[in-house]
Design a protein around this ligand. Structure first.
Ligand code: WT7
Length: 656
């Protein structure tokens, strides 16, 4: 087995300031090391202590980890609790008047909800669901815009022990149809419209289309939240099936006793599109999942009671589950929820909102950062961002240039950046700096959280000491995926392959470690390039390209090459306009030399193509399989239904 070569070197190091370190929950490297040592000496003791201290239990557990049916691990399984009780009731009456949610709509109106009000909203809606017969274990689809009601719907399901499955509001009728069928959902909760960037998103009409596609035999009712005036969002009404949210809750009491559930009873299913085939229904537990969310709020976000927290992710993604709907509430925090898009009315919207709401912890995706650099790199300067104390990123490797911009322009050079590596399947952060303990390096997600046993191995499972390999987690952890809904065999095959005797959780990413033991994610295993016998991750070549002052974004893929095995083809978005003719040729030559100089001739792209954008999924991930087809001159036969911007394919195909 060949390991993966690492060619990028990044030497900048940013230790936390003394002030940040002194105030931090985990203060200094020794404190982090002590937590890790506790987990290493007594793994179950460590996790048992965390679960007892961080969660409110109805019935205490007697066993921490049950490995008897590995890899179907169970955590705290004979304990009982309720997730919504942990997020709301346990903060009352102490935090009754503390603001839980600050909602800013697309056009800038603001609505605040305290913990006492949230308790009533969730109680009434849960009573509404109950009146429709929803009980523990039932599946409920949530197809909602970013809103207070989306969080209320999720919390209400959790309160009843019903299993929600949130479908991102940007997904099509076909995706919704598949998910209703696969989950055998009894209910869809939607809205008459979503409003994003001044445009109406017809969620209810799409729901009707999804149901009309057939096969949704399990579906009984569609609950519709009235987000927009009915004249602005005309919808059809299916008598006997459709029900207004406000009618459902009109006569319901504010108080709904939580249904106690087993620690390992499912809290939700979240579908994640695998690289091929049908989406996987990632099934998460109640207690273990929530523990991951709470610990990472405290450890990675260093959450304090007076923080204003803002995670920009939509509730349709795992990030919007762990760091919008659950984590911030479970710690009794105040958070911003935003309905709109970062570029409306202009690319300064995030900075304007940080100033307006005095956000102290801001968490977003590298793809958003890069596009805001391209659309208005100087806009942060126009706002007072002094409330910020911590910044975070998630979703893909952040290239060091974007990291530096975020650090300087947004964080004013004073805020640590937590680059958090995790996945839908891990439920919460796995690799990330504890900001008062770990010095950061641009582009590295640094070290595992306490109790997370991450490692890098080769194809046989042997530890890789230098160079890159497969990122694995060698011991089960509380917040991990429990199974794939209805498909336990696929669960085993996807995450616990036989090569590792079914013991290691295989993340599907490649990574390497530097001399300080820091992890650097190199890309997805499936995307590794093989150039003249050197195996290269996509991340490093892309970072080198983006380090060039002209470049906003880049994606590289391999194209079969008779001499080298694979030749690198780079798709590049410039900060300025897309060049053509002689200018294009000159920039291509410059960029090839630039990469050769930055990381070595081996990584020099054979071919460079310019586009106004890159093909991305709705969650902002570059779809390299489409770029591979374009690079090879193949016609695209793959499924492009999850693509955010289909028009870009033709432009890239013509850009030869
Ligand atoms: C994949 C998981 C986790 C919530 C959002 C995405 C990539 C995620 C990082 C990071 C480098 C990252 C990985 C991972 N990824 N965070 N900080 N650095 N890569 O969830 O859709 O399940 O995607 O996103 O490739 O496997 P997801």
């Amino acid at each position: 087995m060949s390991t993966i070569d690492s060619i990028l070197t990044e030497n900048r190091v940013f230790p936390p300031s003394d002030d940040f370190r002194r105030r931090a929950r985990v203060s200094g490297r020794e404190a982090y090391d002590a937590l890790c040592a506790e987990a290493a000496t007594d793994y179950e003791g460590f996790w048992g202590r965390q679960a007892r201290e961080q969660l409110a239990w109805h019935k205490p557990f007697t066993q921490v980890l049950d490995e008897s049916d590995a890899p179907f691990y169970r955590w705290f399984h004979d304990g009982e609790l309720n997730v919504s009780h942990n997020c709301i009731d346990r903060h009352l009456p102490l935090l009754a008047n503390k603001v839980a949610l600050i909602f800013e709509s697309d056009n800038g109106t603001v609505r605040r909800v305290t913990y006492a009000e949230l308790s009533r909203l969730v109680g009434r809606f849960a009573n509404g669901l109950k009146s429709l017969g929803v009980t523990k274990g039932d599946r409920v689809i949530v197809y909602m815009p970013m809103s207070i009601e989306a969080v209320v719907a999720m919390q209400a399901c959790a309160r009843l022990g019903a299993i929600h499955s949130v479908v991102f509001g940007g997904f099509s009728a076909k995706s919704l149809n598949e998910r209703i069928i696969d989950a055998k959902a009894r209910l869809v909760i939607t809205a008459n419209a979503g409003i994003r960037g001044g445009k109406v998103v017809p969620l209810k009409t799409t729901t009707d289309e999804a149901v009309a596609m057939g096969g949704c035999d399990s579906l009984e009712r569609v609950v519709v939240y009235r987000r927009a005036e009915e004249k602005d969002a005309p919808i059809e009404w299916h008598r006997g099936r459709d029900l207004w949210w406000h009618d459902l809750v009109a006569d319901k009491p504010d108080v709904c006793e939580p249904t106690w559930v087993g620690a390992d009873d499912p809290l939700f299913i979240l579908y994640t599109s695998g690289s091929t085939g049908k989406p996987k229904g990632v099934q998460h537990s109640s207690a273990g999942y929530l523990l991951g969310a709470v610990n990472s709020m405290n450890w990675v976000f260093d959450y304090k009671p007076d923080d204003i927290f803002w995670c920009t992710a939509d509730v349709g993604w795992i990030t919007g589950h762990s760091y919008v709907a659950y984590g911030p509430l479970a710690v009794g925090g105040t958070q911003v929820i935003f309905e709109g898009v970062p570029t409306y009315p202009d690319a300064g919207r995030f900075w304007q909102m940080i100033e307006r709401h005095k956000v102290s912890i801001f968490y977003t995706a590298p793809t958003a950062i890069r596009s805001l650099i391209k659309l208005g790199g100087d806009l942060p300067k126009r706002h007072d961002l002094s409330s910020l104390r911590l910044l975070g990123t998630v979703g893909e490797p952040i290239n060091p240039e974007a990291w530096m911009w975020y650090h300087e322009q947004v964080g004013g050079g004073r805020c640590p950046i937590v680059d958090t590596w995790w996945q839908t399947e891990t439920g919460s952060h796995m690799l990330a700096p504890l900001p008062g303990a770990i010095a950061t390096k641009p582009g590295s997600c640094t070290l595992p959280l306490p109790g997370i046993m991450a490692d890098i191995v080769d194809e046989t499972g042997a530890k890789v000491e230098t160079g890159g390999g497969f990122l694995v987690i060698t011991r089960p952890f509380p917040s991990q995926v429990r199974t794939l809904w209805g498909d336990p065999e696929r669960f085993k095959k996807s995450y616990f392959p036989e090569e590792y005797q079914g013991r290691y959780y295989l993340a599907g990413d490649s990574a390497h470690r530097d001399d300080d033991g820091y992890f650097w994610i190199m890309g997805r295993i499936d995307d590794v390039l093989n150039v003249s016998g050197h195996r290269l991750g996509t991340m490093e070549v892309e970072s080198a390209l983006v380090a060039n002052p002209l470049v906003a974004e880049a994606a590289v893929v391999g194209r079969p090459d008779p001499l080298k095995g694979e030749a690198i083809v780079a798709f590049v978005v410039l900060k300025g306009a897309r060049p053509s003719g002689e200018e294009g040729k000159r920039i291509i030559a410059d960029l090839r030399e630039w990469v050769a100089k930055e990381i070595g001739a081996i990584a020099k792209p054979e071919d460079i193509r310019f586009g106004d954008n890159l093909p991305k999924t709705r969650s902002g991930k570059i779809m390299r399989r489409l770029l591979r087809a374009i690079a090879r001159g193949e016609t695209i036969t793959q499924d492009v239904s999850t693509l955010e911007n289909p028009a870009i394919l033709q432009q890239l195909q013509e850009s030869v």
